[in-house]
Write a protein that binds this ligand. Structure first.
Ligand code: PLP
Length: 282
């Protein structure tokens, strides 16, 4: 099941082509995107997703997005969805056509079902490997043109890292910086539990600020946890009480194995965090 909506409120046929072959997103990955989770007709963290879309667009010098139009497009997808109760709605925004400024940016919202693999990972947890991203944690501030805090369509590296994980017998990746500090997953934010404190790496080290991480932190804090956004070394993950990957579609997924070695059994912590996270949307 797929539902396609454009910003003028019209529906499209997801099986038909709408993208020009010279689209900048296709030719250069020059564009931005978001993935919003919708459960029982209600989008989660839509405001923060749209704010991040606007921030990413500004970092790429794209025209400021009309957030009301994007919100309407998401609602159009929801109103026309006849599938399961959960939808992953992708918001895609590319610059337009290469070398032709008269062509308008391409913007659409596409509702899709949640992948079975993701659902299984939510329930059973995953094995992850750490992979070096090849730069230090100061790179985002030194080289802002690398767009490390933007959610751009250039995800070829992220997808290659996931294939490398698969070759190593794992399902996901935790990127590390050259100093051994934890960055993020290719499509997720890293959370670590130690005692009653929940940690995540700070966003200024070249990672995407996660809407799910923020939501989980809010919920955990209400449930009595201390939450901290501070550097984490990859060595600390091994002795943590729990390591999790958070993102809109995977929610909070437990990492049970890191680099082939089992981590502490974090099923109880995971259940508690998931319950607190879900309670916010009940
Ligand atoms: N980091 C990266 C690189 C991502 O691609 C994503 C989501 O796809 C996240 C973090 C998690 O973000 P969110 O929780 O807003 O989905």
């Amino acid at each position: 099941m797929r539902v396609l909506a454009f910003l003028d409120g019209t529906l499209g046929d997801p099986a038909q082509p709408y993208v020009r072959v010279d689209n900048t997103g296709v030719l250069r990955g020059d564009g931005v995107f978001e993935t919003v989770l919708v459960v029982d007709g209600k989008p989660r963290e839509l405001g923060p997703h749209l704010d991040r879309l606007a921030r990413s667009a500004a970092l790429l010098d794209l025209p400021e997005p009309d957030l009301e139009a994007w919100e309407r497009a998401v609602q159009t997808v929801i109103d026309n969805w006849r599938g399961p109760s959960e939808i992953a709605v992708k918001l895609v925004y590319t610059r337009g056509a290469e070398g032709d400024p008269d062509v308008e940016p391409l913007c659409y919202a596409l509702g899709m079902e949640i992948d079975e693999k993701i659902k299984r990972a939510r329930a059973e947890g995953i094995a992850a490997v750490t992979l070096d991203r090849g730069f230090g944690p100061d790179i985002a501030e030194r080289a802002p043109w690398l767009l490390l805090g933007a959610k751009t369509l250039s995800y070829a590296v992220n997808m290659a890292a996931l294939r490398e994980a698969e070759r190593r017998g794992a399902q996901d990746v935790i990127f590390t910086a050259t100093d051994g500090s934890v960055l993020e997953g290719p499509t997720s934010t890293v959370l670590m539990a130690k005692g009653r404190t929940l940690y995540t790496p700070p966003p200024n080290i070249g990672i995407l600020p996660g809407t799910t991480q923020r939501s989980v932190f809010r919920a955990a804090q209400k449930a009595g946890w201390t939450v901290k956004s501070e550097p984490i070394s990859a060595d600390e993950l091994v002795s943590a009480d729990g390591v999790f990957l958070a993102s809109s579609v995977r929610k909070v997924t437990r990492v049970h194995t890191l680099n082939g070695k089992p981590l502490a059994d974090s099923r109880d912590i995971h259940a508690e965090l998931c319950e607190a996270y879900e309670a916010q949307y009940a």
